[in-house]
Design a binder for this molecule. Structure first.
Ligand SMILES: [Zn+2]
Length: 281
């Protein structure tokens, strides 16, 4: 399950283990949780954010802070690199949750090493998938314990009030083997993704539809960008946002707005009363 909150920049993923315990990604204070209620309570505390005292903030200071920062204090106006890193960390948490679930369900011992490629694919309304190439280390006492291998994984998003993700394809692949055409990846520019010869569902047909960014390319380009220039632009953007709240310091303007609002409310009430009276007549 992926829990979202308007104060958080990325979802919190939740996995329920065999014994009914709720594990969150990232780990929230107090977890893992014995019940959904306990998780929900921790989630809302986490979404409320920083523990610093904000009770002395003016209304203007609060609005500026909420416009510039997520609840954990990270900037909303961010460099391309910060946005790419944030999204990479988000995908990392999703993959970790899916692998932990698979390890538990099938008694496997795979440990995520690295996400080599990932691509988000849309095949229509409520038809979203991820394709991943990941390297994993096998743990345990088997002959191949400690070896690192390349895997392909496909994760589907199930649209509900709280969306869920599940692995619909997961298999080891030969990094030197012949690739299989996946329209979902190639149409989005993810040309280095390796696919298995069978068993994956998304990308089999060319829908010529729903092209998104190539996730590999976005991350790669973000790392090459000149941070100093971008940082200067971001500071200017943050200043513009701060200044957009300056009208709150204009006492005369605020009084006019307050009076105008009161007049409109009174007018609205009067219209309602007149309509009710007309209905009675
Ligand atoms: Zn693909």
């Amino acid at each position: 399950m992926a829990w979202r909150h308007f104060r958080l920049h990325t979802p919190v993923y939740v996995r329920v283990d065999r014994s009914g315990v709720y594990h969150s990604y990232p780990e929230l204070p107090g977890g893992p949780f014995e019940s959904l209620d306990a998780f929900e309570s921790a989630f809302h505390t986490y979404a409320r954010g920083r523990s610093t005292d904000t009770s002395k903030e003016t209304n203007k200071e609060r609005l500026i802070r909420e416009s510039l920062e997520w609840s954990d204090g990270t900037r909303k106006v961010a460099t391309s690199l910060q946005i790419a890193e944030r999204e990479t960390n988000n995908v990392q948490r999703l993959v970790k949750a899916l692998l932990d679930k698979k390890n538990e369900d099938q008694d496997l011992k795979y440990e995520l090493e690295h996400i080599v490629h990932w691509q988000l694919i849309c095949e229509g309304p409520n038809a979203w998938y991820y394709h991943f190439n990941i390297t994993m280390k096998t743990k345990g006492v088997n002959d191949d314990a400690g070896s690192v291998n390349l895997f392909f994984a496909e994760a589907t998003r199930v649209q509900r009030d709280t969306p869920g993700y599940f692995l619909c394809c997961f298999c080891r692949i030969d990094p030197n083997g012949k690739d299989v055409k996946c329209h979902g990846c190639t149409d989005n520019g993810s040309i280095h993704m390796k696919h298995p010869s069978t068993h994956f569902h998304c990308g089999q047909t060319d829908l010529s539809f729903g092209y998104d960014a190539c996730n590999d390319e976005v991350c790669c380009n973000a790392k090459k960008m000149e941070d100093d220039d971008e940082e200067e632009e971001l500071r200017e953007e943050e200043e513009r946002i701060r200044e957009s709240f300056d009208y709150l310091d204009d006492v005369e303007l605020m009084e006019k707005l307050r009076k105008k609002r009161a007049e409109l409310l009174a007018l609205h009430s009067k219209i309602q009363e007149d309509e009710e009276a007309a209905c009675k007549d």
